[in-house]
Design a protein around this ligand. Structure first.
Ligand SMILES: Cc1cc2nc3c(=O)[nH]c(=O)nc-3n(C[C@H](O)[C@H](O)[C@H](O)COP(=O)(O)OP(=O)(O)OC[C@H]3O[C@@H](n4cnc5c(N)ncnc54)[C@H](O)[C@@H]3O)c2cc1C
Length: 398
């Protein structure tokens, strides 16, 4: 390794590309190794909270989402059984309140904006079809091995960042703990994208809609300049996989199951579920927090460090925050990779861990039933929109 070796980033998802962009902005060269043969059009909607949008704006990525992103004017929360309004939270003052917009985007559009920005930088090299298989480090650097089709290749780096997602190879190797595996939470996200044409006006409005029910909730919002509507049904006990299935985007679900599961819900919600003829299931996994996130010249970032239940819509946002913090630490200690990664780990783990836990708690609150649900609804109505919005300040204002 030489002092000019790049920082190697395993994984070219939201976290990996964000890390590359953030590091390039402080003039550090990066090599991104992405397992997939190409950046495919996969996934569905992502809510990008102001804490993520602020950073994306600094990197010049937000403007690339013009036209693709939709700014919801409010979050509307309703009760699933009868459609009664529990809260309407205005997002129109997001800029004044949190210093950045709140946007809904297609994951593929966000990835393509990050990629487009990364490709402008001569400091970022991206190799696809490159699966990290192992790494060793010494006091001078990190040597990684990766598979490119049937060939095994090597690369040298000043440091290694594992942004390789929920089933991170880097995390496993870092911890060396065979029991540290993703655990199925019993919750499954069922997702579909509907053409906006033909849907009732209420479904097409620029709003993030949330319906709460017994051990399930439903989320929908328009995407791609309003051309499609993203619908996610989050349901407990609706998947019986072995927990190891690879590509969950291809995990087809049966609409009849969902219609039956939501049979006690109001007509409007059932119509929305019935309109989707291509439901894909995404079982949700959790992992305990790790501490520290870094050892020597290796660290983890994004879902590899803190896979998050999607109930606060913060997984991608936290990966983006990780990337900014990583670059900040590397900039502060330009000649001390291990010291920078240790600093990054201590700067990030408390906040990400707190949001990880808050996401779990939020899921429990959304899925309450009986008297507890009744009490939740009363509190929500009594609190009023301002108080409910203020509760997000610690997340969105960072
Ligand atoms: C249903 C659902 C809804 C969500 N909604 C939101 C939301 O509204 N807002 C939000 O902020 N977040 C949301 N999230 C969370 C968000 O999707 C993730 O937190 C985010 O994608 C994590 O990014 P990442 O880059 O860390 O991991 P990933 O997106 O998993 O990317 C990891 C990348 O690493 C690659 N890779 C894996 N192994 C290797 C290897 N060995 N070598 C090389 N490459 C490798 C993979 O191919 C992949 O490209 C949601 C998640 C789910 C499941």
């Amino acid at each position: 390794m030489t002092s000019r070796d790049p920082i190697v980033i395993a994984g070219g998802g939201v976290g990996g590309l964000s890390a590359a962009l953030a590091l390039a902005q402080i003039d550090r060269a990066c090599l991104v190794l992405e397992r997939a043969p190409a950046f495919r059009e996969v996934g569905a909607g992502l809510q990008l909270a102001p804490n993520a949008c602020r950073i994306l704006r600094d990197w010049g990525v937000l403007e690339l989402l013009d036209g693709a992103a939709v700014a919801p004017q409010m979050v509307r929360i309703r009760r699933g059984t009868d459609g009664a309004d529990l809260a309407r939270l205005s997002l129109e003052n997001s800029e004044q309140r949190w210093g950045a917009p709140y946007l809904n985007v297609h994951r593929a559009d966000l990835l393509s904006a990050l990629l487009q920005q990364a490709q402008k930088s001569p400091l970022i090299e991206i190799r696809t079809d490159a699966t990290l298989t192992g790494f060793i480090e010494d006091e001078r650097g990190v040597a990684v091995t990766y598979r490119d089709n049937d060939d095994f290749r090597r690369a040298a780096g000043e440091a290694l960042i594992g942004a390789d997602g929920l089933r991170s190879v880097v995390r496993s190797r870092l911890l060396g703990d065979e029991n540290d595996r993703p655990v199925y939470t019993g919750h499954t996200a069922w997702r579909t994208l509907l053409p906006a044409d033909g849907l009732p006006e209420a479904m097409r409005r620029p709003a993030s809609n949330l319906w709460l029910g017994d051990r399930a909730h439903l989320v929908h919002y328009p995407l791609r300049g309003g051309q499609v509507v993203n619908v996610v049904a989050l349901v407990e006990d609706s998947w019986r996989g072995d927990g190891e299935a690879g590509d969950f985007w291809n995990n087809q679900g049966d609409r009849k199951f969902l219609l039956n599961r939501f049979r006690n819900w109001t007509r409007e919600a059932l119509d929305l579920i019935g309109a989707g003829d291509n439901w894909l299931r995404w079982p949700l996994f959790d992992r305990p927090p790790i501490d520290p996130w870094a050892r020597g010249r290796t660290a983890v970032l994004g879902d590899a460090a803190h896979p998050m239940l999607p109930y606060l819509a913060q997984g991608a946002a936290q990966a983006i925050e990780d990337a900014r913090a990583l670059a900040g630490a590397v900039k502060a200690r330009p000649k001390d990779a291990a010291g920078a990664l240790a600093e990054y780990s201590s700067a990030r783990k408390a906040r990400a861990g707190r949001i990880q836990q808050a996401s779990r708690d939020q899921g429990e609150i959304y899925h309450l039933s009986g008297f507890k649900a009744f009490a939740r609804d009363l509190v929500m109505r009594a609190s009023g929109p301002d108080r409910l919005l203020r509760r997000q300040n610690w997340i969105y204002s960072a």
